[in-house]
Design a protein around this ligand. Structure first.
Ligand code: ZN
Length: 77
């Protein structure tokens, strides 16, 4: 069943973002990641979305910076 499949790789083209303290932080996994890319601890798992829905302006700048270092050729950012 497809929903049981878990990969260990980040979705490079449209990563998952979690809302923590009114900022959208990029995470590798919506449910399993304990920290955002910037190092911020995931304290709750309320709202989550895809990066393209949120937009770079509303995303945590440190997460975006880290993401750019990981995937320098990403066309989204
Ligand atoms: Zn962040």
């Amino acid at each position: 069943m497809l929903f049981m499949v878990q990969t260990n790789s980040m979705d490079e083209t449209n990563p998952i973002v979690l809302q923590i303290s009114n900022k959208w932080h990029i995470v590798e996994h919506s449910r399993r990641s304990e920290h955002a890319l910037c190092g911020r601890r995931v304290t709750n798992r309320g709202a989550h979305a895809r990066f393209s829905q949120v937009g770079v302006k509303h995303a945590c700048p440190k997460c975006v910076e880290t993401f750019q270092q990981l995937y320098p050729h990403n066309p989204l950012i």
